[in-house]
Design a protein around this ligand. Structure first.
Ligand code: AHR
Length: 332
């Protein structure tokens, strides 16, 4: 588990000296160019293309780099850590100005991050955090508070179950094993259960790898073993949508026989919610590109030490009664 308070404290001590040392010597101008008028080159390693959220995030990064005049080198790691490490090494070899990545899992980054630091290339995390013994290995994280998303999911379930008494049998479709959103959403949800809902029981919990196919397959197995599931907490909309197919195949009505809470708020999730198949969604905003490009410029200008260690994304919660009205204005 990630103890954010611990790393924030350590980071505060480390920030002033070490991060400044990571920044390149030639400061960038606000239009995205370096001191010699050369555009900033950003090496970005994306997790993969596992979900609607990821597709929207990739588009946001590409569009925002273009709009900011930043030269983007982009690679898709296909949800494999070794591919991300290779991509980061390749960006170091190419001497890019700044590296950013959305880490597929939280652990195992220190070696490659030390290589980036030794090369004087600052690293910005986006979307997901890492566990590291040395907070100076990255400048800042631009992304969501996943633990709070898990807590919000539990509070949405309180609303969905209003008036219900007695035991509630819950199945959980976890995201990719070892990924920050999977660890922290489960943690936040469990925290509210422990504090306020002794009658809620998680009777099945397994990873569906944040994919539709994974959600469908794991939910089918859950229903075989536990035909009495009453609630599904899916760590993303895509897994919920896959699970809906298995729930229907089992002759049950998603959203009625089995209440469903998920995270993200992608277009297809809102469509399922407007049909009453998903009861509530915790929004996780993938449109991180504009904030990321601003952060890249600040860091490249040598002002990384002025940034907070965590630039948090603003998000909302939605219940099924709000879905139809909200759908036309959804941006992803
Ligand atoms: O890290 C964000 C998560 O990753 C999203 O919730 C999920 O859809 C994606 O794959």
């Amino acid at each position: 588990m990630i103890d954010r308070r611990a790393f924030l404290a350590a980071a505060a001590a480390a920030t002033a000296g070490t991060l400044a040392g990571c920044a390149k010597k030639s400061p960038a101008k606000s239009d995205g160019s370096g001191s010699a008028g050369k555009p900033i080159t950003l090496g970005f390693s994306q997790v993969g293309s596992e979900s609607g959220w990821r597709a929207a995030n990739t588009q946001s990064v590409k569009d925002s780099a273009k709009a900011a005049g930043i030269n983007l080198k982009f690679s898709d790691a296909q949800q494999k850590q070794e591919n991300q490490i290779s991509a980061i090494r390749s960006y170091i070899a190419q001497k890019v100005d700044v590296i950013s990545f959305s880490p597929v899992v939280v652990t195992g980054w220190d070696t490659v991050l030390k290589e980036a630091k030794a090369a004087g290339i600052p690293v910005i995390l986006t979307d997901r955090s890492v566990e590291t013994s040395d907070p100076s290995l990255y400048v800042t994280l631009v992304g969501s508070d996943f633990e709070s998303e898990g807590e919000r999911a539990a509070h949405l379930l309180e609303k969905v179950l209003a008036g219900h008494t007695g035991t509630v049998k819950i199945a959980q479709l976890e995201g990719t094993t070892g990924a920050a959103p999977a660890i922290e959403r489960a943690k936040g949800f469990a925290k509210i259960m422990k504090a306020s809902h002794p009658d809620w029981k998680i009777i099945a919990s397994q990873s569906g790898d944040f994919t539709r196919a994974g959600g469908k397959q794991v939910m089918a197995a859950f229903l075989q073993a536990h035909p009495d599931i009453e609630v599904l907490f899916a760590h993303n909309d895509d897994m919920a949508i896959g699970a809906i197919q298995s729930i229907q195949a089992a002759g049950k009505a998603p959203g009625k026989d089995i209440k469903i809470i998920s995270c993200d708020g992608v277009h297809d999730g809102f469509v399922a919610m407007s049909k009453g198949q998903i009861n509530a969604i915790v929004e996780c905003n993938p449109l991180l590109g504009p904030q990321l490009m601003d952060t890249v410029k600040t860091v490249h200008a040598g002002k990384g030490s002025t940034l907070p260690r965590w630039i948090k994304t603003q998000e909302s919660d939605y219940t099924a009664d709000q879905a139809a009205a909200a759908l036309p204005s959804r941006k992803y």
